[in-house]
Design a protein around this ligand. Structure first.
Ligand code: PMP
Length: 352
C-alpha cells in the first residue's frame, strides 16, 4: 500500500557519487580527489586538535577559518561563509536564493548535483545547452526569466573554463538574481570571479578544500560574496545546524588555507602531470577536451568508453563513466593522479 512517505521517498532522485569500492586497492582516478597529501601544517593542526578540547563544541562561526579565507582572498570576514563541503554550501544557496518561484538556469552538461537540489526544493531547472565544443555561451544567459543562474567554472565533467569577461556578461545580464559561480576546480588554471565580488552584489562564488587543497576527507567548502548574501546563508545554516564544521576540520582547514605555498606546489604538479597525460592519451588516439581542472574528459573515436572503463577496472584502475547519456556517453572523466599513476593508466590503455 502506498503511504504518503513511501511516495515521498520514491520521488527523491538522489545524486549517485563516483564509486568508492573497498574490495581492493585501486588507482583511484574517478572522483577528482588530490593524489597528494594535505598540507603537513594542516595535518599537524588536526593532530593537535585531537585533545581534551574535543569535549567542547566548535566555534559556531568558524571565525579563524573565515579570517584566513578573507586574508587569502583580500576580502572582509563578513564576505565569507563556511560549510560542510561545498555541497552543503550549494544546498543552502539553492534553498535560500533559488527556491520558491521561477526556474533556475544552469548548463545541460554540468555537475549533476544541481538537478538533485533543484528537485529537492521543487525548483524547475532551465537547462541551457553547451555548444558543440562544450562551451557555455554567455549570450544564452541573457533575457532569462529565472530565479537565479549557476555557472560552473571550470565546468565539470568537461573541464572547460570560461574567461572572466564571459562571467561578467552573465552577471550584467542577470542583475536581479543571484549568479552562483561554482569554482570547485578553479585553482587548476581558470580565472576566479573573486575579483568581481566588490562590483557585483549578486555574485556568489563557491569553492572547496576538497580538490586543490587535498582535503576531501574533512568536508569543508565556502562561499564568498556580498555581506548580505553571506548573512542570508548564515541565517539558513543556523536554522538547521549551527555547528556544521567540527573542531578537527576547522583546525585543518584554517592551517591549509594559510599554507599558500603548499597549495601552489601541488596545483603546479597536477597541472604539469595533466599536460603530460594529455599528450600521452592523444598519442593513443584519444581526443581530450581542453582542461583547466584536475581531470580530463576524454573520448576515443574507435573505442567504446564503457568497455574501456570496465577493462581498466579489471586492471585495478578506476575512472568515471557516466552511462549512455546523450553527447557524453562515449566520454570518460579521468582524474589526474601522480605521474606514476598516470603512467600506469597509459600502460593499461596500451593493452586495450
Ligand atoms: N562542485 C563541483 C563542480 C564538484 O565537482 C564538486 C565535487 N564533486 C563539488 C562542487 C562538491 O565538492 P565538496 O562538497 O567536496 O566541496
Amino acid at each position: 500500500m502506498s503511504r504518503f512517505w513511501t511516495d515521498k521517498i520514491a520521488s527523491l532522485d538522489p545524486y549517485v557519487p563516483g564509486e568508492q569500492p573497498q574490495d581492493k586497492k585501486y588507482i583511484k582516478l574517478n572522483t577528482n580527489e588530490s593524489p597528494y597529501s594535505p598540507s603537513p601544517k594542516a595535518l599537524e593542526a588536526m593532530a593537535a586538535e585531537v585533545s581534551e578540547r574535543l569535549r567542547l563544541y566548535p566555534d559556531p562561526n568558524g571565525v579563524a577559518l573565515k579570517n584566513a579565507l578573507a586574508k587569502s582572498y583580500q576580502l572582509e570576514a563578513n564576505q565569507v561563509f563556511v560549510g560542510n563541503g561545498s555541497d552543503e554550501v550549494l544546498a543552502l544557496a539553492f534553498m535560500g536564493y533559488f527556491a520558491g518561484g521561477k526556474p533556475l538556469a544552469f548548463a545541460d552538461i554540468t555537475y549533476s548535483f544541481y538537478k538533485v537540489y533543484a528537485g529537492l526544493y521543487s525548483i524547475e531547472p532551465k537547462l541551457i545547452p553547451l555548444n558543440d565544443h562544450f562551451d557555455i555561451v554567455p549570450a544564452d544567459y541573457e533575457n532569462l526569466d529565472v530565479s537565479g543562474v549557476v555557472v560552473t567554472n571550470p565546468n565539470a565533467p568537461t573541464g572547460k573554463a570560461l574567461p572572466l569577461s564571459d562571467i561578467e556578461t552573465i552577471l550584467k545580464a542577470n542583475p536581479d538574481v543571484v549568479v552562483l559561480v561554482d569554482e570547485a576546480y578553479v585553482d587548476f588554471g581558470a580565472q576566479s570571479a573573486v575579483s568581481l565580488i566588490n562590483h557585483y552584489p549578486n555574485l556568489l562564488v563557491v569553492q572547496t578544500l576538497s580538490k586543490s587543497r587535498a582535503l576531501a576527507g574533512i568536508r569543508v567548502g565556502y562561499a564568498l560574496g556580498h555581506p548580505d548574501l553571506i548573512e542570508g546563508l548564515e541565517r539558513l545554516k543556523n536554522s538547521f545546524n549551527s555547528y556544521p564544521i567540527d573542531r578537527i576540520a576547522l583546525a585543518g582547514a584554517t592551517a591549509a588555507v594559510q599554507d599558500e605555498m603548499y597549495l601552489k606546489e601541488i596545483c603546479d604538479k597536477t597541472i604539469a602531470t595533466r599536460e603530460q597525460s594529455v599528450k600521452e592519451l592523444e598519442a593513443l588516439g584519444f581526443s581530450i577536451v581542453p582542461s583547466a581542472t584536475n581531470f580530463i574528459f576524454a573520448t576515443h573515436p574507435d573505442k567504446d568508453a564503457e568497455q574501456i572503463y570496465l577493462a581498466l577496472k579489471e586492471q585495478g584502475i578506476l575512472v568515471r563513466y557516466f552511462g549512455k547519456k546523450p553527447r557524453i556517453g562515449n566520454y570518460l572523466r579521468i582524474t589526474i593522479g601522480t605521474d606514476e599513476e598516470m603512467s600506469a593508466l597509459t600502460a593499461a590503455l596500451k593493452t586495450l
